[in-house]
Design a protein around this ligand. Structure first.
Ligand SMILES: Nc1ncnc2c1ncn2[C@@H]1O[C@H](COP(=O)(O)OP(=O)(O)OP(=O)(O)O)[C@@H](O)[C@H]1O
Ligand SMILES: [Mg+2]
Length: 436
């Protein structure tokens, strides 16, 4: 009998679809591009910022990355340059389509630029069709300060408008629903500006995870408040929240303070001591002013971040510690990592998720609710004071280099200076500047 003939078919090779990554804080920009690229048979992944895009590209390969012309966490030019160095084969395109940092033209460049143009067409046709909702700053200010009893009849010019992404559609009834809702705001973070609600939103998203968080922002802008909020909303909230300020502890003592030491480990170590990392076991370690950490210690910290194990100073024994790390800095750490003054491997481990606390000038419209909040706090042991219009105007005209902390102190001073008077006037608003 003839054996049945068997035809061997070639094994079908699975071809991974081309994948593009869209990095933008603007959800509608991401959605429009995703729709268009999907129609062009791309698989699309989205990232809200540079750090997230970086982590996405590392987690599985992508052929192309489209970067918005503004990112909430990283400087776009810096990001493009670093990304190009680490992922030289990825076709990199910016929303402006002109950056020299995008590198050599990849095979998909034309297609990506086409998608970008189409998304901008959709932008004009779709978003501009509905009438824009006028934000009357004067009306807003009067409404927000109305609860302070002293009427403010005239508009008080505040700071410059905060800079939205150039791709942010004009505010319409429709977009208002897709923007971060003010219901997402955390109670301890005062401010209804978009950038402040974004801070709350990011805290809520990252808090339940173990992901390391890097908080960047100028002095007095609420970095510590954000770190505490991340801890409070995490499953670790009943465990310790331990802070170490890397700028406040002398370099020679910082290592022992962080990692602990045995008895006699160094001159003066008459007793062994548990380090801050171990004290935070099960909870959260907040490394404040991480940019000030000496390079030698950064290597030791990197080892701990990578494997969760540490050695006390003067000890050979390895200790396993379970902590979630949150770091904060007022410096542009990415720049320092690039310049070599901060270890870039440590930077990327810490900056897995970035939260940027804006300067007060960036959310100037939040001045009235912040004033109300602090006057309420200051009035805990005495009747709450109110503020009159010229005093408010004086506050509004200030540039706030010390941000929210400065506002808190100016109001505390004003409350003391007002004595028994129930209303703060411009005379009590003293910015405490030293005049040469
Ligand atoms: N959005 C906010 N709402 C309410 N209080 C705030 C807000 N931002 C900051 N504060 C208050 O301002 C003060 C300074 O905040 P915080 O210490 O968190 O700032 P920081 O960024 O860590 O400053 P530094 O860089 O100087 O350490 C604190 O009293 C904090 O509670
Ligand atoms: Mg701080």
């Amino acid at each position: 009998m003839q054996p049945a003939s068997v035809t061997v078919l070639p094994t079908p090779t699975r071809i991974r679809p081309r994948t593009a990554l869209v990095a933008s804080a603007d959800r509608s920009f991401r959605q429009r591009l995703t729709q268009i690229l999907t129609g062009l048979r791309w698989q699309v992944r989205e990232a809200e910022g540079g750090a997230e895009a970086w982590a996405e590209a590392e987690s599985s390969p992508v052929e192309a990355v489209i970067v918005d012309s503004w990112l909430p966490d990283l400087d776009v030019a810096e990001f493009l340059k670093d990304f190009r160095g680490s992922f030289p084969h990825v076709d990199l395109v910016t929303a402006s389509g002109t950056s020299p940092e995008e590198g050599p033209r990849g095979p998909y460049r034309q297609e990506l630029l086409y998608a970008m143009r189409r998304s901008q067409d959709t932008d004009t046709a779709g978003w501009n069709a509905a009438p824009a909702l006028k934000t009357d700053r004067a009306a807003l200010l009067v409404r927000e300060t109305a609860s302070m009893a002293v009427p403010i009849e005239t508009a008080i010019p505040l700071f410059k408008e905060s800079q939205p992404s150039p791709h942010a559609p004009p505010r319409t009834e429709a977009t208002a629903r897709t923007e971060p809702a003010s219901a997402e705001r955390l109670p301890e973070l005062i401010g209804n500006a978009r950038c402040m609600i974004e801070v709350s939103r990011r805290i809520r998203l990252v808090a339940p995870r173990m992901t390391p968080v890097l908080i960047e922002g100028p002095t007095g802008s609420g970095k510590e408040l954000v770190a505490e909020a991340v801890h409070r909303l995490s499953a670790r909230s009943r465990k310790p929240f331990v802070t170490i300020n890397c700028a406040a502890i002398p370099e020679a003592l910082l290592e022992a303070e962080l990692f602990g030491h045995t008895r006699g480990a160094f001159t003066g170590a008459v007793q062994g001591r548990t380090g801050r990392i171990e004290s935070a076991d099960g909870g959260t370690l907040f490394l404040d002013e991480i940019g000030e950490m000496p390079l030698a210690l950064q290597s030791k910290l990197l080892r701990f971040v990578e494997c969760g194990e540490l050695q006390r100073v003067g000890d050979n024994e390895t200790v396993k510690v379970d902590v979630r790390i949150i770091a904060a800095t007022h410096r542009p750490l990415a720049e320092h990592a690039q310049a070599g003054s901060f270890r870039s491997d440590l930077y990327y481990r810490l900056a897995v998720f970035l939260i940027r606390t804006p300067s007060l000038a960036e959310h100037a419209d939040d001045l009235p609710p912040l004033v109300e909040h602090f006057l309420g706090q200051l009035g805990r042991d005495m009747p709450v004071k109110r503020i009159d219009e010229p005093a408010m105007a004086k506050l509004a005209a200030h540039d706030w280099p010390g941000n929210v902390r400065e506002l808190e102190h100016v109001l505390e001073r004003a409350v003391i200076l007002a004595g028994e008077e129930p209303v703060l006037t411009a005379a009590e608003i003293d910015f405490g500047r030293i005049v040469n």
